[in-house]
Ligand binder design. Sequence first.
Ligand code: ADP
Ligand code: MG
Length: 260
Amino acid sequence: MEDISKKVILVKGLSKSYGELEVLKKIDMDVHEGEVICVIGPSGSGKSTFLRCLNYLEHPTGGQVEILGHTIQGTAQEKGKIARENEKIARLIRQDVGMVFQQFNLWPHKTVLENVIEGPVQVKKENRDKSVEEAEKLLDRVGMLAKKDSYPTQLSGGQQQRVAIARTLAMHPKVILFDEPTSALDPEFVNEVLNVIKGLAKDKMTMIVVTHEMGFAAEAADRVCFMDGGFIIEDGTPQEVFQHPKTDRARQFFSKILNV
Ligand code: ADP
Ligand code: MG
């Protein structure tokens, strides 16, 4: 069957080394518009490095990343022509690619609402009143409108992460990368954040979510990628990867996680 949906991310032979340490080893991945990919794998397998290469928070040392039509070339040279070109392209990429981290990184001295309008007003130079109106809609969407005048320290981790997601949405991203968005949360707050991400999936936001939440991945992901030692060693539907993993490594990992 011909594949007519649009690819928004094409990763080809992506490599990343820190000195002698090879962290990503020729990773390939394609992501279609509206797809949700969950990336799972043991600590140290390269998941964060992979996400950070996609928006050039890390410099790939080989291969290439094409994202929303912009191409980053891997290069071993930290300086030079390719690196300078990559820097320029990265600025374009970051306008359309949001990132949500394990630590929410809200401005502590700004209210919830001020945190959400900061990007639109300061970076995009949008009209303040219009930004406030939109921020209120987004806060409503993540269930945080009632707390719009609170400060981050007055909120639970789950609430802070929902505000961080609203802040990301305020920049109108076409792709959102999540790096373990619930790993820093107390267990009782995990679902409220996962539910917000599931809502975005329903609205067909293109997302890559690094997570250890297998139930969420099974329910929300179109595809699950399992990373180990700098390789993607499983890539398939949740059904394929969870029920019929091809590798012993993935089977062991899932049995360990599911037994606790
Ligand atoms: P994961 O997110 O899957 O836990 P990471 O991508 O954070 O894995 O890290 C993969 C490997 O890269 C680890 O061995 C880690 O120690 C190493 N690493 C990550 N960042 C750096 C860095 N800035 N300098 C050197 N090594 C790093
Ligand atoms: Mg990580």
